[in-house]
Design a protein around this ligand. Structure first.
Ligand SMILES: Nc1ncnc2c1ncn2[C@@H]1O[C@H](COP(=O)(O)OP(=O)(O)OP(=O)(O)O)[C@@H](O)[C@H]1O
Ligand SMILES: [Mg+2]
Length: 367
């Protein structure tokens, strides 16, 4: 088996816009999706996720570049000749048909023998934990069950790659979380490559082996969930994935990856630059710090310690969120776990506190 299930090489898609202008939906994207992985495309509305997926499926052709599936260039190959299947958000089952008929419909169209259809349909329904539901009518199922049928309908074709476009979007939160785990289990069991599209960062982090973060037709960063969360390569990614603080400053000095940044109000910050990123003295940069990596508890040997005043305290059970104002009117959000058995708040509004932060948790962003 080739290493990559799907490859996009310099793929662009331009559409004619409503008033004659050109809309670039996907801009020179190169991406390699490994065989057998759970890969997600994540980004805000309009960033080009669906368009990318539709090009892999063959519903749209790239304006430039080429798409490969298991090393085969797809060119003008029509959708039904590609070894992929798509599950859409609006999975639209045929309500007047049974589950078995819904799942077997595609195979029937292809002229597969009834016995074989039955065998493969049962097998697919078993995979999505709906064994024995063949005779039920589609309209008698809950939303989550209907989504499972939609999955079975795709799996029955034994695709090499399964494309999923916000398949859980129509479900309520609880069901959505259940289906996330279910999908992940399914992917592990059947071992086929999943390409999953979502604008929900938590969903992407929970489910994926790797994530591509997209914005305005571009892939900004691609990597394991932890890599994207811990080492965002730009402000957009840091902001889009999870919660974070941004402090503006200018580089004072740099030795290797250690960077001293002068922040507003004359504060100094010892921060870490990305491998291979070049910063020079005087350069304007942004420092990002995740709230859970900051602390109010005294912390021996912390690289950065700032005096501040508590502006806001929000208790949310597991954690307490503090907003602390530093010199130069800069604000830091700090999250402390309530792991103390007495669960005492560490500070109240108006208290003078110190905020502690290590160098590795303060990351320098240049764009
Ligand atoms: N057929 C089309 N004709 C013209 N413009 C299009 C067409 N399809 C998509 N676009 C435009 O391309 C851009 C990307 O659209 P796309 O549907 O890929 O975004 P998306 O990331 O899937 O967004 P969402 O999260 O809202 O589904 C948008 O600006 C959209 O308006
Ligand atoms: Mg979309």
């Amino acid at each position: 088996m080739p290493e990559f299930a799907v490859e996009l090489r310099n793929v662009s898609k331009r559409f004619p816009g409503p008033s004659g202008e050109i809309v670039t939906a996907v801009n020179n994207v190169t991406m390699q999706i490994k065989d057998g992985e759970f890969f997600s495309m994540l980004g805000p509305s309009g960033c080009g996720k669906t368009t990318s997926l539709r090009m892999i499926a063959g519903f749209e052709l790239p304006t430039a570049g080429e798409i490969y599936i298991h090393d085969r260039p797809m060119g003008h190959t029509p959708p039904y000749k590609r070894p992929v299947n798509t599950v859409f958000q609006n999975y639209a089952l045929f309500p007047h048909m049974t589950i078995g008929q819904n799942v077997g419909f595609g195979l029937e169209m292809k002229g597969v023998e009834p016995k074989e259809i039955q065998r493969r349909s049962s097998e697919a329904l078993e995979m999505v934990r709906l064994a024995g539901y063949e005779k039920r009518m589609a309209r008698q199922l809950s939303g989550g069950q209907q989504q499972r049928v939609a999955l079975a309908r795709a799996l029955v074709n034994h695709p090499e790659v399964l494309l999923l476009d916000e398949p859980l979007g129509a479900l309520d939160l609880k069901l959505r979380k259940e289906m996330q785990l279910e999908l992940k289990r399914l992917q592990r069991e059947v071992g086929i490559t999943f390409v999953f599209v979502t604008h929900d960062q938590e969903e992407a982090l929970t489910m994926s082996d790797r994530v591509a973060v997209m914005s305005a037709g571009n892939v900004l960063q691609m990597g394991a969930a932890s890599e994207i969360y811990e080492k965002p390569n730009c402000r957009f990614v840091a902001d889009f994935i999870g919660e974070t603080n941004f402090l503006e400053g200018a580089v004072k000095a740099q030795t290797g990856r250690d960077v001293d940044v002068e922040l507003a109000g004359g504060l100094l910050c010892r921060a870490t630059a990305d491998e291979g990123s070049q910063v020079v003295s005087g350069q304007k940069v942004t420092v990002t710090m995740r709230p859970e990596k900051l602390g109010l508890r005294p912390w021996q040997g912390a690289d950065n310690v700032y005096d501040g005043r508590v502006e806001e305290v929000v208790y949310i059970g597991t954690d307490t969120h503090y907003t602390v104002v530093l010199a130069g009117d800069q604000r830091l959000r700090v999250r402390e776990q309530n792991d103390d058995p007495l669960s005492r708040p560490l500070a109240a509004i108006g208290d003078a506190v110190k905020v502690y932060c290590d160098e590795v948790s303060a990351r320098v962003l240049t764009e």
